[in-house]
Design a protein around this ligand. Structure first.
Ligand code: 0X9
Ligand code: ZN
Length: 500
């Protein structure tokens, strides 16, 4: 119970929310607002008829801007100077042809692919012997599974309803950790499905929860991890968009906020976080696919999660936000291509995770800072995780790689995608749990008490003497340094010597 009380510090509302049991819901009767005023596209069965995915060669930002006047539906992550994949309607294709930008067609007609995917998912629903992770799941099925996991493993998992979406659907989180402990364990955050159409993301986040819980009893590895950390997993950050992508527009990305203006619907949740909100790579236009919202955390989906996490008062150690696609382990920053603090550590851990992924099914994921590896984007969850919370944070872009079918990843690839990324999660968790951490802010003379789970400098010294790794966190900055041999560090308002 102490644990529950701690997580609720500063947020009594969460206690009420937690008492709610997530109902299965199809979402049809959940709209608290009148949608009729919004000029949302009126999709029909053949909405994507004649829509193409084209790979366009853009040599510089001027050409990129020109391309983005024809379409805002960017599918790939190529930086200017390379190529960029976009979806275009037949009208947009005509405009694109006028620009003179060279391109090649990757998908000539999207609708048959979308129809084939739907048929395949439906057929697989009736196949015997398929694992839960061998087919895409509806929102109701995902919610039922969350409930089921919490019910099966009550000693390991807590199910929280952390808030509601703009259309009133519940947003769920599972907190998973070893029984016992004081509730002070550092937190590993995992989120999925900020973007509605990226269906493998929530499945991967669900797989992490599923495997931690199912394998705990028989795995010393998982026991050790859950003894040193607690996972907070929110697999479905954008339930409204997800439902919409199943029922109406398969390639919907944003949330379903009907009141954004311009007669359009939706905020890009991954441009809405409260760190460097509103900068480059986030649109002020409500009709754009990367619309940032009217302010930082303006959306109930982002603010619910941010309140839940910051209200807990806990140390947030690590954060992975799952997206698709393109197979990239992307570290801060997104908002600028300037190097972040800890670039060396991020690269080392990014390589570790990419190698971990490769070891499972031989897939290649690239790694590096998001801005240079992908493109500039402000107000992202990953930047918030690192810049605001101080967590070692990544966006992982899952399968497929940069080739078609893009978001329409075949259901046979869900399980292998989830398996390879689970290994990356485990290794990042182990990195954290096997190191000894020292926080500069707590080793100064004037700091006599410890209310966070950092170790003392003396413990760090002892660990180094035994050949262990020590990570020094530099107080209020986000800079960390790993120390594996006797070393004197200067700066941060003092001198700290470890290992002597
Ligand atoms: O644009 C995004 O939000 C992410 N890509 S996605 O195709 N899943 O939409 C990437 C965010 C990571 N940051 C940067 N690309 N800078
Ligand atoms: Zn995404």
């Amino acid at each position: 119970m102490r644990y529950l009380r701690l997580i609720l510090v500063g947020s009594a509302a969460l206690l009420l929310a937690a008492a709610q049991v997530a109902d299965e819901q199809d979402g049809t009767d959940l709209l608290p607002v009148d949608l009729s005023a919004a000029r949302d596209p009126a999709p029909s069965a053949g909405w994507y008829d004649g829509h193409r995915v084209v790979r366009v060669h853009v040599r510089n930002t001027a050409e990129l801007d020109l391309l983005l006047t024809t379409t805002d539906d960017v599918w790939s992550h190529h930086v200017p100077g390379e190529t960029i994949d976009v979806r275009v309607s037949p009208e947009q294709f005509a405009q694109l042809s006028q620009t003179g930008l060279p391109f090649e067609i990757l998908i000539d007609d999207l609708q048959p692919l979308i129809d084939a995917e739907a048929a395949k998912i439906e057929a697989r629903r009736h196949m015997d012997g398929l694992d839960w992770f061998e087919n895409y799941k509806t929102l109701a099925e995902i919610e039922a599974r969350i409930d089921q996991l919490a019910g099966l493993y009550p000693h390991l998992a807590q199910h929280w309803v952390i808030g509601q979406s703009i259309e009133g659907r519940d947003i769920h989180a599972l907190i998973i950790t070893d029984p016992g402990g004081s509730g002070d364990r550092p937190v590993f955050l995992i989120t999925g499905c900020q973007h509605a159409r990226e269906w493998v993301g929530p499945m991967t986040a669900m797989f992490v929860a599923d495997q931690l819980l199912e394998n705990y009893a028989g795995s010393a590895r998982i026991q050790d991890i859950l003894d040193g950390m607690q996972f907070v997993i929110a697999p479905m950050m954008n339930p409204d968009g997800y439902v919409y992508s199943w029922t109406t527009m398969r390639l919907w990305r944003k949330n379903r906020n009907p009141l954004v203006g311009g007669g359009c619907v939706g905020v890009d949740l991954n441009r809405n976080w409260s760190f460097e909100w509103g900068g480059a790579g986030a649109s002020p236009d409500p009709c754009d696919n990367t619309y940032r919202g009217w302010g930082p955390l303006s959306e109930p989906e982002t603010s619910a999660f941010a309140d839940f996490v910051t209200g807990s008062g806990k140390q947030i150690a690590a954060y992975i936000d799952f997206h698709s696609y393109s197979q990239v382990v992307a570290s801060p920053w997104s908002y600028t291509c300037d190097p972040p603090p800890n670039l060396g550590l991020f690269n080392e851990l990014g390589k570790m995770m990419a190698d971990a992924i490769h070891s499972v099914h031989g897939q290649t994921y690239e790694y590096g800072p998001a801005c240079t590896k992908l493109y500039v984007a402000s107000g992202t969850a990953k930047d918030w995780g690192f810049g605001q919370l101080g967590a070692l944070s990544w966006t992982i872009e899952l399968r497929p790689d940069t080739k078609p079918p893009g978001f329409l990843l075949p259901p046979e690839e869900i399980l292998p995608t989830a398996e390879e990324n689970f290994e990356a999660v485990l290794q990042l968790a182990e990195y954290w749990t096997t190191a000894v951490w020292v926080d500069f802010a707590y080793v100064g003379i004037e700091w006599g008490t410890f209310d966070r789970p950092f170790n003392t400098l003396a413990e760090g010294v002892a660990a180094v003497a035994l050949g262990g790794r020590v990570i020094v966190k530099a107080g209020s900055s986000n800079e960390t340094l790993e120390i594996s041999k006797p070393l004197t560090l200067e700066g941060y308002g003092g001198i700290v010597t470890i290992g002597q």
